[in-house]
Design a protein around this ligand. Sequence first.
Ligand code: NDP
Length: 491
Amino acid sequence: MTDLDRKQDRAPVPKDWTYAPAPESRDIVRLRERYGHFIGGEWIEPAETYQTISPATEESLALIGEGTEEEVDAAIAAARDAFANGWSALPGSERAKYLFRIARILQERSREFAVLESLNGGKPIKESRDVDLPLAAAHFFYYAGWADKLEYAFPNRRPKPVGVAGQIIPWNFPLLMLAWKIAPALACGNTVVLKPAETTPLTALLFCDVLRQAELPPGVVNIVTGDGRTGAAIVDHPGVDKIAFTGSTEVGKAIQRRLAGTGKKLTLELGGKAANIVFDDCALDQAVEGIVNGIYFNQGHVCCAGSRLFAQESIYEPLVDKLKRRLETLRVGDPLDKNTDVGAINSKMQLERIVELVEAGKDEGAEIYQPPCRLPEKGYWFVPTVFTNVAQSYRIAQEEIFGPVLSVLTFRTPEEAVEKANNTPYGLSAGVWTEKGSRILWMAQRLRAGVVWANTFNRFDPTSPFGGYKESGFGREGGLHGLEPYLRFDE
Ligand code: NDP
């Protein structure tokens, strides 16, 4: 008997493939009992407060300020003051130093931020640790690089900062959306008043610590927490020069109406109903992974989620079979467990919206599949779901569900795939799975979507512009394009 044979003989044979719990420790996060607003580099005691909770356990985490009009006014005054008295006149190379510092501190404190993000938002720790945090730091690094090169980015156009930027962000990627907004704004010499979403304020508040650590001058970034009324007060304030909004199409439209005629600049990054198109010549197992990542990543709380799967008829059955089998292996549960694939739904309200649309899907005649799955008793949860037998007209094929729910439709020819994929009021992203490069290019030219992924899905990079067509909004974030909304040009 060789050594190898002997070793193999002793190798433990697993009895089953259940994963042992692998919880990430919460100790690294120090929560305060209550948080104020961060205005002019100071913590300001709020007039009113509300509780923020963990959606996985419904436990209360802290008291948060409910920003009033007066508090928004104070934040905008602090931002205006910082803009006029130093920040906008600072050489780009100096602004870059602060952005580099912020990026490095985020990297150093990334575990703390990742745990807090999962605690407050419900997303799996492996996603906040491996996606949200690295990308947030990468955004600051990337825009730090542009801060002293704006003249080269826009030659002969004399780029100047816009002034005070009001930024309103959603709850699906709290820290990452903050980075998408703050990094380009500061790189261009603007100051900022940012409102995080009501349900996920904690990483934005921890970020204020990072700003202090980086010694960013007071008033350059101000964070006011609160609900939609706080957001509306920022939008309506005459002291704001630019609004950057990410969220629902409905609120985006309302903001656009309010800003019409005011001269304020506006960018909107709104909803989506992305088509993920699978041709019969693709690598099927790879496509299944891409479909799963496209719709179940972050519980489907992703504006560019691949929520409509278009399968070529010839591979419809094997594809759906493989997909169902793969769904059985997804682990739903504690967001702080390192093995969790699908975490908690962000809020009770969002869960109710998902349930309502899933019921509509059943009523309209679609066939539902949900793998066997034991959900925790407390908190907000939804089993990863696939609908087959879906018609284009069903609500589940038209409306943004923003949850772990996939609608499967079919097509025969590339022309039919394009027509069906574009049959939506949205146009944020799309995916194409095929081994033919020429077909990828042919599809990409015809799909009306801001991003088209080929043989992959939900890939993000700070150097690449992101944004929508049609009701998915306008303006781009990321890349060189992401600088333009934060600049004015004196021709
Ligand atoms: P909202 O569009 O309401 O929220 C986005 C941000 O805007 C939040 O900070 C919100 O505050 C704020 N806000 C709300 N009303 C106003 C207003 N009148 N003026 C200014 N700011 C405002 O999204 P919801 O959280 O209500 O989610 C509803 C649906 O929107 C989801 O089911 C999903 O379909 C879609 N959605 C899309 C997102 C995307 O990235 N495309 C992101 C989030 C949601 P507050 O948190 O207090 O409501």
